[in-house]
Write a protein that binds this ligand. Structure first.
Ligand code: CU1
Length: 149
């Protein structure tokens, strides 16, 4: 088949998957104290899932730091509270907190970090949330994290 025609058919048939599911995503934490996503869906076929966090702003982490933390929704507030007590020296996370499923480091503007999650640790029907643990940021900076079909 002609290559251009093949491309046309691929674009015209979105349900026709030529590539494997994308087992990664990129999310931005901004100087406006927002994430650019409020939901992340992990394809069920992914054995692992990589989250790349970028901070495209200019402010230092002491002022507008952002991390990406994953936990069960019911644990989020306690992780945030204990993180605030742990302070900036610990990136606003209690060290070795078993309730944290995954997290990046705390970023200043211009930085990036990533974390890869072993999806076998997640339940398909689990209730998960991602958030930033910088004090008060999780009021705005949070979203649903779920396993797709
Ligand atoms: Cu933040």
């Amino acid at each position: 088949m002609h290559r251009a025609l093949l491309l046309t058919l691929t674009l015209a048939l979105p349900g026709f998957a030529w590539a494997a599911d994308d087992c990664s995503t990129e999310i931005h934490g901004t100087d406006q104290m927002t994430f650019d996503k409020n939901e992340i869906v992990v394809p069920a076929s992914c054995k692992s899932f990589k989250v790349v966090l970028k901070h495209p702003g200019n402010l230092p982490k002491e002022v507008m730091g952002h991390n990406w933390v994953l936990s069960e929704t019911s644990n989020m507030q306690a992780i945030v509270n204990d993180g605030a007590a742990a302070g900036v020296a610990h990136d606003y996370l209690k060290p070795d907190d078993a309730r944290i499923i995954a997290h990046t480091k705390m970023l200043s503007g211009g930085e990036e970090d990533s974390v890869t999650i072993d999806t076998s640790k997640l339940k398909a029907d689990g209730d998960y949330q991602f958030f930033c643990s910088f004090p008060a940021h999780s009021v705005l900076m949070k979203g649903r994290f779920k396993i797709g079909v």
